[in-house]
Design a protein around this ligand. Structure first.
Ligand SMILES: Nc1ncnc2c1ncn2[C@@H]1O[C@H](COP(=O)(O)OP(=O)(O)OP(=O)(O)O)[C@@H](O)[C@H]1O
Ligand SMILES: Nc1ccn([C@@H]2O[C@H](COP(=O)(O)O)[C@@H](O)[C@H]2O)c(=O)n1
Length: 223
């Protein structure tokens, strides 16, 4: 198999980004962080005064920003209307509002088209991570992985990242975001029937990376 398409989905904090970047770098593949695209459109809505709780207004604005994702796993980038958005999309305000924006069907249609065109143009293949990649965006992906981990492990990982953040509050916030992402009508967070589930609770990041690399190599060998 010359080019390979890998879909990695799962709830928040399960290790999708860290794993996907490392696997892509190791195998010479491109990398796409689809959560960053939903964060980028949310950031644009906020900075342009759009009420993100008004789905009709969000829908009519969905086509306005130009979002560009750079797919080098050692230096992923994201711009909105030509402006580097990699910092602003990680604020607490964006994190708390992104699920409302990403639930709007017109937003999903727009971002899904963008994701498919990026995947189609990746010469050597790509690792695409998100919530609905295996189920909706790339249903014919060569390999689908669904990462999981206990809420406690995920909260501890995130609190370590946010230095000093309260673990209980972090746990509640990620459970709330997962619930919103899993219960939306259009393309919810879900495991594809043919995805391999990997519970990362007791695994180091290195072990998860090795597990996914092995699964990709097995697929390539079988092709
Ligand atoms: N197996 C692991 N063991 C310990 N820490 C891990 C593991 N996997 C990832 N991490 C750490 O957990 C944090 C969250 O990981 P990451 O951002 O990759 O998750 P994610 O699933 O992409 O999250 P989100 O969907 O919220 O963007 C990071 O600090 C990362 O280094
Ligand atoms: N395929 C996807 C990816 C992400 N989302 C939404 O974006 C939010 C942020 O994702 P992170 O991975 O950066 O945490 C996420 O909570 C979802 O609302 C999505 O809908 N589909």
């Amino acid at each position: 198999m010359e080019s390979v398409i890998v879909a990695i989905d799962g709830p928040s904090g399960t290790g999708k980004s860290s794993t996907s970047k490392a696997v892509a770098a190791k195998l010479g593949l491109s990398y796409l962080d689809t959560g960053a695209q939903y964060r980028a459109i949310t950031w644009w809505m906020i900075t342009n005064g759009v009420d993100v709780d008004d789905a009709d207004v969000v829908a009519s604005a969905a086509g306005k920003p130009t979002i560009v994702s750079g797919t080098d796993p050692s230096h992923p980038t994201i711009t909105v209307d030509g402006v580097d958005a990699s910092g602003p999309i990680r604020t607490q305000e964006v994190t708390s509002k992104v699920s409302a924006v990403s639930a709007v069907p017109e937003v999903r249609t727009r971002i899904t088209e963008l994701q498919r065109s990026i995947a189609a143009s990746a010469e050597h293949g790509i690792v695409v991570e998100g919530r609905d990649i295996g189920t909706t965006v790339l249903p014919d992906a060569d390999l689908k992985i669904f990462l999981t981990a206990s809420p406690e492990a995920r909260a501890a990982r995130r609190s370590g990242e946010l230095k000093g953040a309260d673990v209980h509050a972090t746990r509640e916030a990620l459970i709330k975001r997962d619930a919103a992402d899993s219960s939306r009508k259009t393309s919810p967070l879900a495991k594809a029937d043919d995805a391999v589930e990997v519970d990362t609770t007791q695994l180091t990041l290195q072990q998860v990376i090795e597990c996914v690399v092995t699964l990709v190599e097995e697929k390539r060998a079988a092709a």
